[in-house]
Write a protein that binds this ligand. Structure first.
Ligand SMILES: Nc1ncnc2c1ncn2[C@@H]1O[C@H](COP(=O)(O)OP(=O)(O)O)[C@@H](O)[C@H]1O
Ligand SMILES: [Mg+2]
Length: 259
């Protein structure tokens, strides 16, 4: 099985500070990959790379065997810990907007039949995340858990294949978090998603993930803490779908980009 997403010798550097080094990662379609690691290890940076918001300073990222396009495409959706919804739009407006934007990029507004169709689609997605009764609320009128449900609906309305989650439940109370775990597991199955989730919560990583990746530094220079970056120090497959087998090493190493 070839990987949906493949990172080959990926580095992230800011000036002389190395954040990530030699990250090699193959993610199978349908996997639920949990990423853990200490604060500052580069977990969010790794998600930004997969999202296409940032490019690696060295190495290559392939999606379906093709170089990742430099912009965030509709094939990837993302949910952050908080503040990713538009506060001036209703719940329904927030999700419909995701359909309006690509359909009418200049006016970002749909009318008539097209608008009703978009609203029906957005309503169905909001029902799927449990917000069917809250279509006309504004984010400020909702709890943190409901706002994260909205953020998930917003990410999924474009029907991404990969859902990226950056500590999405970290700000929620434990009881609410358990509900969200049920929700995300159901959406992962129902929409055949590939999920990459960063979390601080090790139990969450192991409960939800089919695989857990730990990012940390392998080497430290006490005189120059910026000199070495983090990499995958543990990569634990827990249950199917399996980690794809590495490609046979027939082709020469790709030449590292040095932009
Ligand atoms: N744009 C940037 N310029 C310089 N340093 C950055 C930038 N973005 C992130 N960093 C640094 O990269 C390191 C990793 O950050 P981040 O990916 O947010 O870590 P994590 O999500 O694991 O806590 C941190 O030391 C952070 O200060
Ligand atoms: Mg982070």
């Amino acid at each position: 099985m070839s990987a949906l997403l493949s990172l080959k010798n990926v580095w992230v550097e800011y000036g002389d500070k190395v954040v990530l080094e030699k990250v090699n990662l193959e993610v199978a379609e349908g996997a639920f990959l949990s990423i853990i690691g200490p604060s500052g290890a580069g977990k969010s940076s790794l998600l930004r790379l997969i999202l296409g918001q940032e490019t690696p300073t060295r190495g290559t990222i392939l999606l379906d065997g093709q170089p990742l396009k430099p912009e965030c495409g509709p094939d990837r959706g993302v949910v952050f810990q908080r503040y990713s919804v538009f506060p001036h739009m209703t719940v329904l407006g927030n999700v419909t907007f995701g359909l309006e934007c690509p359909a009418a990029p200049f006016a970002a507004r749909l009318f008539g039949t097209a608008r009703r169709k978009a609203e029906a689609e957005a309503t169905a997605m909001l029902e799927a995340v449990g917000l069917g009764d809250s279509l006309h609320l504004y984010p400020a009128q909702m709890s943190g858990g409901m706002q994260q449900r909205l953020a998930i609906a917003q990410a999924l309305i474009k029907r991404p294949r990969i859902l990226l989650l950056d500590e999405p439940f970290g700000a929620l109370d434990p009881g609410i978090r358990a509900d969200m775990h049920g929700l995300i597991t159901r959406l992962w199955r129902d929409y055949s998603l590939t999920v990459v989730m960063v979390t601080h919560d090790i139990k969450e990583a192991f409960t939800l993930g089919t695989r857990v990746l730990a990012l940390d530094k392998r080497r430290h220079d006490p005189h120059a803490p910026h000199r070495y970056g983090a990499t995958a120090v543990y990569d634990l497959p827990l249950r199917g779908p399996p980690v794809p087998a590495p490609e046979p090493e027939t082709a020469p190493e790709p030449v590292a980009a040095t932009n």
